[in-house]
Design a protein around this ligand. Structure first.
Ligand code: CO
Ligand code: ZN
Length: 332
């Protein structure tokens, strides 16, 4: 079940560069469902499920495993941890947040403006782990350790789920289920569960070069335009997955973009057209490797991206899975 797969993946601790818990969980889920699995130097998990067609194309589908976090830069004499952001952490989303380190140490992320007009910026953030002084703190965490928003996963109404790691575990869940349920599909699926997307598409960049696919697809969340005062992007939760036309990192290759629209039509799934005036995905890393690879991105609408309450609608997830099952058969 997509919902169960998602919840399991949301619970795994894994900021950029420390995705191993997510990787192990996915490996266990896919055991017996794919033809081969390997990992590379950057920690990408690369799995293949062969297509049956004699002229099967090799389609790389990438979903990043990492999510945003904080990294300890220094420990102060009072026992507070100075931190820096790993990926796109916003100040507004970071005040008085429950955070957790890999070893289970918990803390409150706070800020106190150090200078200027009293407006806090990222360098003013610190984590209070309840230590009385630096010595006690050093016994709990070290400089270089990372923390993430505590994995509070909750359901809203019938269809919606919120959690801190929704970007991008929802796409990991989709890719896992695609690899489980695709059967005798025409093309070969090369599923890449990538690392370090949030710090610059790093995992997908090396994976795309190594895999050298015929066609590429990124799976990721996109932003929302359906809460008070927001209109752009023109994306609503529950109105279907979104086919990316453009964001800051890529203009989708027409061949791939149109195959997604065709797959949606075949699958009888409503899709939205996505023009995002910011952001980027693994789709761009694939498109821009070597001499250029035709690539696009299928997006899951997500409210409050990069907060501790990233929210999606499971109807968009179900629709996306159907679109993907058709896509791997029709794209060429
Ligand atoms: Co993100
Ligand atoms: Zn993402």
């Amino acid at each position: 079940m997509l919902r169960d797969t998602l919840k399991t993946l949301l619970s795994a601790w894994g900021p950029s560069g420390s995705e191993h818990n997510v990787q192990v969980t996915i490996k266990e889920m896919l055991h017996g469902h794919v033809d081969n699995m390997r990992t590379d130097v950057l920690g990408n998990l690369i799995v293949e499920k062969f297509g049956v067609d004699d002229n099967a194309k090799r389609i790389m589908i990438s979903a990043h495993m990492d999510h945003i976090g904080l990294i300890v830069t220094a420990i102060e004499k009072e026992g507070f941890l100075r931190v820096s952001n790993v990926g796109g952490i916003g100040m507004k989303q970071s005040e008085f947040r429950h955070v957790v380190f890999e070893n289970g140490v918990e803390g409150v992320l706070c800020s106190q403006p150090l200078e200027g007009d009293g407006k806090a910026v990222i360098k003013d953030l610190f984590i209070d782990i309840g230590a009385a002084d630096a010595d006690e703190a050093r016994g709990m965490v070290q400089v270089g350790d990372m923390a993430v928003y505590s994995p509070d996963i909750f359901t809203l109404g019938k269809h919606r789920i919120a959690a801190p790691a929704m970007d991008n575990r929802c796409a990991c869940a989709l890719l896992v289920e695609l690899l489980m349920y695709a059967e005798d599909q025409k093309n070969t699926i090369i599923g890449v569960f990538s690392t370090q997307e949030e710090v610059g598409l790093r995992g997908a960049s090396v994976a795309a070069y190594a895999v050298n696919p015929d066609i590429g697809l990124g799976l990721d969340v996109t932003a929302w335009g359906d809460t008070p005062g927001t209109k752009i992007p023109d994306i609503k939760l529950g109105a279907g997955p979104a086919v990316k036309i453009k964001d800051n990192s890529m203009i989708a290759t027409p061949l791939v973009r149109d195959a997604l629209f065709e797959a949606a039509l075949e699958a009888d799934v409503a899709v939205q057209r996505e023009v995002l005036p910011f952001g980027g995905t693994d789709g761009a890393a694939i498109q821009h490797t070597r001499g250029g690879i035709p690539a696009g991105t299928l997006s899951i609408p997500c409210r409050y991206v990069h907060s501790a309450c990233e929210m999606i609608d499971m109807r968009d997830m179900d629709g996306a899975l159907k679109v993907l099952l058709h896509f791997v058969n029709i794209v060429e």
